[in-house]
Each structure stands twice: as structure tokens, then as C-alpha cells.
Design a protein around this ligand. Structure first.
Ligand code: GSH
Length: 252
């Protein structure tokens, strides 16, 4: 029996979705992406059997509702290429990936939203690629009504973000220290830990090449441009930019 191509419900520009996409592509797994508008994506996720978050992978009867699980799924369904190193390092790479998903992604997303919350027009533009026409039309309205909820969810009230958040600095330092001049975080091949770091860093470094969806220039994110510049200049930021240029950019 021929199984249908897996579907991937996404919020296209989000780091968690990018992690799922990159992992599937790295494993050579064909899939159909179904990009959703902001806010609409929470409903689309639930309707598909997810938890109200994206990405959600649907393959036949199987529903995979978390980015980390989609990475594992891709690895299991991959050909010879593995996303995790063999031996004890495999477990270490898994743990690092999971920690980056839970600790780095939400913080870098918050950096981007520090600007976007007062520039919903920019948010609408960059979250608006490849949407179905109905969703495309609805998104500006959805963003306006959801603004207070986004503010709460992203903890944007109160103190201004006046520099790189401490947790982001710590993780960037930790990644740079682990890398210590090597090409990848684990040995000589790209692993899910590298992909997770680059994807989770993406909202705060805005890769100049290789990101599969158009991204704004750092200057357009005027409130946080100095933070983006600082993180791009950091050795771990340089590493993520390099992964996007060399490992993610479409083959010439
Ligand atoms: N743990 C989830 C997190 C995914 C996530 O937070 N996705 C965001 C998109 S950036 C989302 O759907 N948020 C909806 C919400 O939090 O209500 C995963 O790794 O898949």
C-alpha cells in the first residue's frame, strides 16, 4: 500500500517549525507543508489532533505534535543518514536538543516579538507568505485582537528588553564553548543538536542566507537591532549563520 505524503502543519517562520522542516529535509523525507496564519495556527493544530501548537506532523493515522518528536520521527524514518550520533553521544545530543527547544526558542521568539508587538504590519507581512487567501485576509484582524494575549504569552509587559537576555547569552556562550573551534557540536557531522541550535537561534539572528522563508532585515526590527547585531557577532551566532549558509541553503 502506498502511504500518502506526510503533512506538516506550520507557522512558517517559527523556529520550532523550522526545526521540523530542516530535520525532515535532511532525512530526505518528502512532505507537504500547510502554512497557517498566526493565531489560526492554534486552531489548525487542534483540528489536526495537535496540542494547539505547531508544528504538527500527520502521517496516515499517526499524529506527531511536538518538534522534538518530529525530529525523532524523521530520524526513525530516515534512510542511512542519522540525525543523532551513535553511542552515548546520541543521548547527549538529544538532551541538548530538548533543552534548546524549551529554553532557547521561547527566548529568541520573545526578542523578535519585542519589536513585532508594536509593528503588527511587519508581523503580518512576514507571517503572510504562502497562506490560503482566506487566512491571508484574516491575519491582520487576528493579530489585532490577539495582541494582548500575545503580549502576555511572550511576557512583553513591564521591563524593556535593553540588551541580550541573560539566558540567551548563557546558551550562546555554552554553545561556543562546546564547539571550541570544531565544525559541529558533536563530531564531524551535522546532528539534530546543530539543527536545533540554528533553528532556535533564527528569530534572534535572522540568517542572511539559507532560511527557507523570507525574513526581515535586522534594521527593520528597529527596537531590537542592537541585540540581533550582538548575537550575530557572537561565535555561536556566527556558527548558526554558517550552518544556514553551508548546510541549509539550497544546493546551487
Ligand atoms: N513544544 C512545542 C512548541 C511549539 C510552539 O510553541 N509553537 C508555537 C509557534 S511559534 C505555537 O504554536 N504557539 C501557540 C501557542 O503557544 O498558543 C514544539 O516544540 O513543537
Amino acid at each position: 500500500v502506498e502511504t500518502a505524503e506526510p503533512r506538516l502543519i506550520t507557522l512558517q517562520i517559527s523556529p520550532f517549525n523550522e526545526l521540523a522542516r530542516w530535520s525532515l529535509e535532511r532525512c530526505g523525507i518528502a512532505y507537504r507543508e500547510e502554512p497557517q496564519a498566526l493565531i489560526w495556527h492554534t486552531i489548525a493544530s487542534r483540528r489536526a489532533g495537535g496540542k494547539g501548537t505547531t508544528p504538527v506532523l500527520i502521517c496516515g493515522d499517526e499524529i506527531v505534535p511536538e518538534s522534538a518528536e518530529i525530529v525523532e520521527w524523521a530520524d526513525r524514518n530516515s534512510g542511512p543518514l542519522r540525525l543523532f550520533p551513535s553511542g552515548p553521544e546520541g543521548e547527549e545530543a538529544r538532551q541538548l536538543m530538548v533543552r534548546l527547544i524549551s529554553e532557547l526558542g521561547p527566548e529568541t521568539r520573545r526578542i523578535a516579538w519585542t519589536h513585532l508587538i508594536d509593528d503588527l504590519e511587519l508581523a503580518d507581512r512576514y507571517w503572510g507568505h504562502e497562506l490560503a487567501p482566506g487566512q491571508r485576509r484574516a491575519q491582520p484582524f487576528l493579530l489585532r485582537i490577539a495582541r494582548p494575549a500575545i503580549r502576555r504569552r511572550m511576557r512583553l509587559g513591564g521591563a524593556e528588553l535593553d540588551g541580550v537576555p541573560v539566558r540567551v547569552s548563557e546558551i550562546f556562550d555554552e554553545i561556543a564553548a562546546r564547539l571550541d573551534g570544531r565544525r559541529f557540536l558533536f563530531g564531524e557531522t551535522l546532528s539534530a543538536a546543530d539543527i536545533a541550535f540554528a533553528a532556535m537561534a533564527s528569530p534572534a539572528i535572522l540568517p542572511d542566507r539559507g532560511f527557507p522563508v523570507p525574513l526581515p532585515d535586522p534594521e527593520a526590527m528597529s527596537t531590537v537591532t542592537p541585540i540581533i547585531d550582538a548575537l550575530r557577532a557572537h561565535p555561536a551566532g556566527q556558527f548558526a549563520l554558517r550552518l544556514y549558509r553551508e548546510e541549509r541553503a539550497a544546493a546551487p
